[in-house]
Write a protein that binds this ligand. Structure first.
Ligand code: NAD
Length: 508
């Protein structure tokens, strides 16, 4: 792929032990804009040495205790101070996200940036309500004692994230870890390190975190992340990425028995009932699948439409999908931007060809977006109909703007088909009958179910997958608890020697 290096290309650095540094060996790599395929920045091409340095800094900071031992109120107040600065300086981040991650700017400015900042605030606030100390009931077995449970930070937490939501995911790893008193090493995806570095630059500007508590390593080699996964000095790994990589990461983390949470892939089923409000269900389906070019783990990519409304529904869906404006993510006119890189672009178009070969019909899209010009990874939003159940397009995550549509007419059968997947990240139901929709939701084996909407996550609601979509949860108290250990403390209540009959097992 041809790239153009402009003399104004920005040079980014990693953040290790409170300093902005290059890679240990000085190597750099080019960071591209997926809309133009031009080089927009260079970043350090880190290696295992860089990750080791960052982990050592995080370890020192954790062991020194300046952050971990702070009373929660103080820790949260510091984070609230940081949020004020993030609000002041985050204006430009939407453009960075548009240019680096291909997030259309109308989305990045309304969703990515405000959500990321709000997440930081909310994690600090919710950490105040965690049960940090819990007295246990009085007990006289074997003799009277006072027992309590304290909750403590886990230690050094590594966060490894994919390229689709670089700013939001950086925050999803940093905020809960910091809020609960841990040290963090974040590794952004090679394609999209820039917004995470901007975020950390802003946090650094406040000077409010102790040195070494927050670190970011970058690079285009998997060694950077592999070192974090394997390091005995990393206590917890929070990984977001594909199920295929998740399997490798889980195996590589096993020798050090670290705590691992995994947020992996999905092929989420969206069930349209015959009584659905079509104005809501058609547009909602489009938002559910084509927002951010379908590059969202919980996108509703498997659509089941009831026979009674199938033709009307699909006609409207296809017409509206075909009319979406695809173009440069930095333009406010673009509704759909580019996919992240040439590799994804080819994989998506190959998946469409395979779907065709397996009997699906391409109702719209399946090609390079007309009018997109020669540069940029633009794919026309694609609707596949008559997708054979069991085919690749019906079962595998494509992670691009591709919707596969199937029919249904029997409720228990469609629920069974929806659940027939290795994934269990999300699902959805479109119906005017709320009680009936909740009943379907109860039967879907997924971590999230939306009724008459899609994508709506919030910082208090747990997010994560059933089955091979992951392990553990992010957000809310459910997510914060993943960043803590619990400790039982037993306090003797002056039990006389003669009453300590258990000792007599050895000594009596
Ligand atoms: P990926 O699994 O290829 O990479 C994710 C991250 O892991 C990147 O930072 C990558 O550099 C790193 N990595 C790759 N191999 C590694 C290894 N052996 N050891 C350590 N780190 C390694 O995923 P991707 O292509 O960047 O992202 C798309 C995938 O992410 C999709 O499958 C999508 O569903 C999934 N995803 C899941 C969620 C969720 O919350 N469940 C959210 C977004 C994306």
């Amino acid at each position: 792929m041809a790239t153009t290096v402009s003399p104004e290309v920005a040079t980014y650095q990693q953040y290790i032990d409170g300093e902005w540094v290059g890679a240990a060996d000085g190597a750099t790599y080019e960071v591209l804009n997926p809309s133009t395929e031009e080089v927009m920045a260079t970043a350090p091409a880190g290696s295992r040495a860089d990750s080791r340095r960052a982990v050592a800094a995080a370890r020192r900071a954790f062991d020194a205790g300046e952050w971990r031992l702070k009373p929660q109120l103080q820790r949260s107040q510091i984070m609230f101070e940081i949020v004020k600065h993030l609000e002041d300086v985050s204006d430009g981040w939407a453009l960075v996200e548009a240019q680096n991650a291909g997030a259309v700017i109308r989305k990045a400015s309304v969703i990515d940036v405000p959500y990321a900042v709000e997440w930081f605030r909310s994690m600090a606030e919710q950490a105040l309500h965690l049960q940090w100390y819990e007295p246990l009931p009085w007990i006289d077995m074997p003799y009277v004692s006072w027992n309590f449970v304290s909750r403590e930070p886990v230690g050094v937490c590594a966060g490894i994230v994919p390229w689709n939501y670089p700013l939001v995911f950086a925050m999803w790893k940093i905020a809960p870890a910091l809020a609960t008193g841990n040290s963090v090493v974040l590794k952004p995806a090679p394609q999209t390190p820039l917004s995470a570095l901007e975020l950390v630059r802003a946090i650094d500007e406040t000077g409010l975190l102790p040195k070494g508590v927050l670190n970011v390593v970058t690079g285009d080699s998997i060694e950077v992340g592999a070192e974090l996964v394997e390091s005995p000095d990393v206590d917890k790994l929070a990984f977001t990425g594909s199920t295929a990589t998740g399997r490798k990461v889980l195996a590589a983390a096993a020798p050090t028995i670290k705590k691992v949470t995994l947020e992996l892939g999905g092929k989420s089923a969206s069930i349209v009932c015959p009584d659905a409000d079509l104005d809501i269900a058609v547009d909602g389906t489009l938002v559910g699948v084509f927002l951010h070019q379908g590059q969202m783990c919980e996108s509703g990519t498997r659509l089941f439409v009831h026979d009674d409304i199938y033709d009307r529904f699909v006609d409207r869906l296809v017409d509206t999908a075909a009319a979406l404006t695809v173009g440069d993510a930095a333009s406010f006119d673009s509704q759909v931007g580019p996919v992240i890189d040439g590799r994804q672009y080819r994989m998506i178009l190959d998946a469409v060809s395979r779907a065709r070969d397996e009997g699906a019909v391409v109702a719209t899209g399946g090609v390079r977006a007309p009018g997109a010009g020669e540069r940029g990874h633009f794919i026309q939003p694609t609707v596949l109909v008559d997708v054979p159940p069991g085919s690749h397009a019906a079962t595998e995550e494509i992670f691009g703007p591709v919707l596969s549509v199937q029919r249904w007419n029997d409720l228990s059968e469609v629920v069974e088909r929806a659940n027939r997947s290795i994934y269990g990240l999300a699902g959805g139901v479109w119906s005017r009958d709320t009680r009936g929709a909740i009943e379907i939701a109860r039967q879907l084996r997924t971590g999230t179910v939306w009724i008459n909407d899609w994508h709506l996550l919030n910082p208090q609601a747990p997010f994560g997958g059933f089955k091979q979509s992951g392990i553990g949860r992010e957000h809310g108290v459910y997510g914060l608890r993943e960043y803590t250990e619990v400790k039982h403390v037993y306090v003797d209540q002056n039990v006389p020697r003669r009453d300590r009959y258990l000792w007599d097992v050895l000594l009596g």
